[in-house]
Write a protein that binds this ligand. Structure first.
Ligand code: BEZ
Ligand code: FE
Length: 297
């Protein structure tokens, strides 16, 4: 028996026997990861003591999760999202200096190649929904405006669907746009008030949520990716704090600092300048970017 072989498998020494087999792993990081995964997995199995039938159900659940995946549907990411793992990986990889805006999940509905638009453009291409104007500044952590910051924004419509979920119903690139700041660091654009929506829930992850008595909804939000030379890219959202699901986001993406103020505004003069028909919603939200290498606080 080689030194690394720990003898025959028993319930008691299961972790040592399995991890011992990886002694000659070609990749140290993989070896370390599999040591932790094996330890935690065996610990879970020992605590749960599943029946053979339950174990088979788990295997079939993962099988269906894989079978649900295709070019545009990633059921494993939805599983990671709904178990809070995506937000945990995001938190670990985006520890920010104090004052910098916080990140949250990217989600599956970002589309590369959205049109670059002039500041103030209306990204709602089908005139459906309640008008909204959104603006703010892109700043560094000392409060200085950032010029040439590029904002890539996207959102669901007021029925809770992204354009890519309603091809042929919504115009392509509806409620998407790319904006570049000037020297004042200011951005603004027009859109419609987003609404809460369910994450794709017609697969095994939706069934899991249902069995667990959980709803699949995400509170109303707008997505942002903000890039600027010399700064860490920020992937984030702003949320409507009055949304009915604000305290129970299906993917745990809400953070206190990402709650924006959505103000209902009646001002016919301003409405006219925005080419809105009547009342509108107004959101003002600044984002603060961390410099590459800036110390975390
Ligand atoms: C989204 O916000 O677009 C999203 C995030 C995670 C899962 C599904 C959708
Ligand atoms: Fe979203």
């Amino acid at each position: 028996m080689d030194a690394h072989e720990k003898g025959f498998f028993t319930e008691e020494n299961s972790v040592e026997v399995v991890t011992g087999r990886n002694k000659n792993a070609k990749d140290e990081r993989l070896k370390q990861i599999m040591e932790v995964v094996t330890r935690k997995l065996h610990e879970a199995v020992k605590e749960i003591e599943p029946t053979q039938e339950e174990w088979f159900q788990a295997v079939m659940f993962l099988t269906r999760t894989g079978q649900m995946c295709n070019e545009w549907r990633q059921e494993f990411i939805l599983l990671s999202d709904t178990l809070g793992v995506s937000m945990l990986v995001d938190a670990i990889n985006n520890r920010k200096p104090s004052g910098a805006s916080e990140s949250t999940v990217l989600g599956p509905f970002h589309v590369k190649g959205a049109p670059e638009l002039p500041m103030g453009a209306n990204i709602c291409l089908d005139q459906k929904g309640e008008d909204m104007v959104i603006g703010g500044r892109i700043l560094d952590t000392t409060g200085q405006p950032i010029k040439d910051a590029v904002l890539d924004v996207w959102q669901a419509n007021d029925e809770g669907f992204y354009d890519v979920q309603q091809q042929g119903i919504q115009p392509d690139f509806n409620l998407r746009g790319v904006f570049r700041t000037g020297a004042d660091g200011r951005y603004w654009f027009r859109a419609v008030k987003p609404k809460y929506y369910p994450i794709p829930n017609d697969g095994p992850v939706g069934q899991m949520l249902d069995h667990l008595g959980r709803h699949p909804n995400r509170p109303a939000h707008l997505h942002y990716i903000i890039k600027a030379d010399g700064f860490e890219t920020l992937i984030t959202h702003i949320f409507d704090p009055d949304d009915p699901y604000i305290n129970s986001d299906a993917v745990f993406g809400v953070k206190e600092s990402l709650l924006a103020k959505f103000r209902h505004t009646r001002d016919p003069d301003r409405a006219r300048t925005y080419e809105f028909d009547g009342d509108f919603w107004e959101v003002e939200h600044d984002f603060v970017l961390a410099r590459v290498g800036e110390k975390r606080g």
